[in-house]
Design a protein around this ligand. Structure first.
Ligand code: HEC
Length: 270
């Protein structure tokens, strides 16, 4: 009986998480210029104006397995949304995912069709992958819609640069600066603020500066995205269980508090 209640609870939580995020299930993509909304388009609308390509890539989420996707070359897509002056003025683009994860990429590195925004798989499968990175012992099915950033062979192999469920793209001027401004896509909820407080009290002392081996806040957010929340929860409660030589002490926090920190790391712009 108890397992049944636990399973039911897990389903309710999963459903709530899913419903909580704007645009997650609607397939609508928003385009911003320095945080101001320029346009919102559905994938079908983008397909009508931008030619798509089919490419085979080595997907780092699936242990470099070759998968074929259909997508838009990033530079071609942006050229249809923004005018030339904007593109000249803003050399970076922030990709924002439905869970709040974001990554800032220099546009020049994506030029010439190096990077594509995939909107479906080209092998008749549903638009998902088996993510091996979040929890290597238990790879899980990961939905990718509306957009998934993929790179041609050799261009970018770290999963950090392969964000999925991208719901917004924001043309920005600088890399670091723009990353520290909260993005209008996400209004800070109470839980995010609480997560920030918990992080400040329990973690920032060591993780604030990123000295030596200690990862910075930004690196923690990236690791969370890469390895998933189950790994994160168990790391915080017992780092030595994940890595015997870890220097970080176990932090006595409830799962609810750790989840608030996770929310904060996911929603904030680092
Ligand atoms: C006393 C210092 C200290 C405190 C406090 C601390 N950490 Fe750490 N943390 C570290 C160090 C050092 C590492 C690098 C790995 C190691 O040797 O432990 C680390 C690593 C991590 C990692 C793993 C990164 C990876 O890539 O494997 C996570 C996640 C993490 N910390 C989260 C937290 C969170 C969340 C808190 C607060 C609840 C916190 N830490 C508090 C020192 C600290």
């Amino acid at each position: 009986m108890r397992w049944f209640v636990a399973a039911l609870l897990a389903m309710v939580i999963a459903a709530l998480c899913y419903l909580n995020f704007p645009g997650a299930s609607r397939g609508l993509v928003s385009f911003y210029r320095q945080g101001s909304l320029v346009s919102q388009r559905r994938i079908a609308e983008l397909s009508a104006t931008t030619p798509s390509q089919i490419v085979v890539v080595q997907d780092p989420h699936e242990q470099a397995r070759k998968i074929s996707y259909e997508g838009f070359a990033v530079d071609e897509l942006l050229a249809r949304i923004f005018d030339k002056t904007d593109l000249g003025q803003f050399p970076f683009v922030t990709l924002i995912c439905s869970d709040g994860y974001r990554v800032v990429v220099e546009r020049a590195s994506m030029g010439g069709g190096e990077a594509l925004l995939a909107f479906k798989r080209a092998d008749q499968r549903e638009f998902s992958i088996i993510n091996h990175l979040a929890n290597p012992q238990a790879p899980h099915l990961q939905q990718l819609a509306p957009l998934y950033l993929i790179w041609r062979q050799g261009a970018a192999s770290t999963a950090q640069l392969w964000p999925y469920q991208i719901i917004s793209l924001d043309l920005v001027e600088h890399n670091e600066e723009s990353a520290s401004i909260p993005h209008p896509t996400f209004a800070a909820t109470g839980e995010v603020k609480q997560g920030y407080e918990l992080f400040r009290r329990n973690c920032l002392g060591c993780h604030g500066g990123g000295e030596g081996e200690v990862p910075t806040v930004r690196q923690l957010a990236a690791r969370l995205h890469e390895k998933g929340f189950v790994w994160f929860q168990s790391w915080v409660q017992d780092p030595q269980a994940s890595k015997p030589e870890a220097k970080m002490p176990a932090i006595k926090l409830s799962i609810a508090d750790i989840n608030a920190i996770i929310r904060y790391l996911k929603s904030s712009s680092f």
